[in-house]
Design a protein around this ligand. Structure first.
Ligand code: AMP
Length: 313
């Protein structure tokens, strides 16, 4: 019989940024919205499993956001509240919403954050290192050395400024998620198939390449899977799409307690659906209004769109 995790202990630990974002699209501008890679990741994962969050916020972090995470069932014993300001990110999207530029990143309380992993997180089986400095991802990995399945996300900033640490992280992963431009930047390969092979040679046996509204592709040594993106009429704010995708994928896998390619493929379909809800509105608090039934409903629609004979079980 498979040993069950202790009652109440997280099934998945998520580490990453917890942020206040200022976001501009060609049509709208919103400031100090709830954001951060771990925030989106944890809210999406909590749709399916018990999540423990690791991160830090400043005194300016709204108590309503803490309440929101708590109400989603996220364990906050790994969340530190420190004197100083919360991580802030400012981004602007281009006309077609496909590209964005970072206008400003203020690490603030994250600059010298030393994560202390709570005792009840340490035996967790699933770990998601959402986008944050790779040195910090490494410190978390050192404290949760026995996780059965570890996934990580990263971004161009760390490929440019912290490549040595990022390569150390890659060696310790089961799955890495990268977008098209990041994987080409990391490997110098144009072909995604070659790029995925090059990343696999750096450590993770599985690589998920995100291609925005064109969906994503999952690569292992001998398998390739396509995951469509849900075709929305309107994308209002692409922020957090990747984090919600990976969060829901990991939450699904942790709930199922399965870590093979097929489980990941199923999880990625759920992740794609979760990401589609994240981009319809601004901020991670909007994602908190989404239910597991809504996510699974869109996942079923995705399947029906992909296969003419698909009949919902
Ligand atoms: P995504 O759109 O999935 O890439 O994630 C967007 C989130 O990442 C935003 O809510 C930001 O607060 C957060 N973010 C932006 N830059 C960084 C960074 N350098 N490190 C960690 N998180 C970041």
């Amino acid at each position: 019989m498979v040993e069950q995790p202790p009652a109440g202990a997280p099934q998945l630990v998520v580490v990453g940024s917890i942020a206040l974002d200022d976001i501009e699209t060609p049509w709208e501008r919103h400031s100090s919205v709830l954001g951060g890679s771990a925030t989106y990741g944890a809210i999406a994962a909590a749709l399916f499993c018990r999540v423990g969050l690791v991160g830090v916020v400043g005194e300016d972090f709204p108590s309503s956001a803490i309440t929101l995470l708590r109400n989603k069932g996220v364990d906050l014993s790994g969340l530190e509240v420190r004197s100083g300001k919360t991580f802030r990110w400012q981004g602007r999207y281009s006309e077609n919403m496909d590209e964005r530029c970072t206008l400003c990143t203020e690490l603030n309380v994250f600059a010298d954050f030393e994560p202390q992993i709570p005792q009840n997180y340490r035996s967790v089986e699933f770990l998601f290192l959402a986008n944050i400095a790779p040195s910090l991802q490494l410190r978390v990995l050192d404290q949760i050395a026995g996780a059965e399945f570890v996934a990580a996300d990263t971004m161009d900033l760390w490929i440019n400024t912290a490549l040595a640490d990022l390569k150390q992280v890659l060696k310790r992963l089961d799955l890495v998620t990268l977008n098209e431009s990041e994987i080409r930047q990391l490997t110098g390969e144009r072909s995604l198939r070659r790029a995925a092979a090059a990343v696999r040679a750096m450590g993770p046996p599985m690589v998920l390449v995100k291609k925005g509204e064109s969906g994503s592709v999952l690569f292992s040594r001998d398998q390739v899977a396509f995951i469509p993106a849900y075709p929305l009429e309107e994308v209002r704010d692409p922020t957090g799409a990747g984090d919600s995708f990976a969060g829901a994928l990991m939450g699904w896998m942790a709930a199922e307690r399965k870590s093979g390619f097929t489980a990941m493929w199923h999880g990625a379909l759920v992740g794609s659906s979760a990401a589609s809800f994240a981009v319809e509105r601004f901020g991670a608090d909007a994602l908190a209004e989404v239910t597991p039934e809504m996510v699974l409903g869109r996942r079923d629609q995705l399947l029906a769109m992909t296969c003419p004979d698909y009949v919902k079980a």
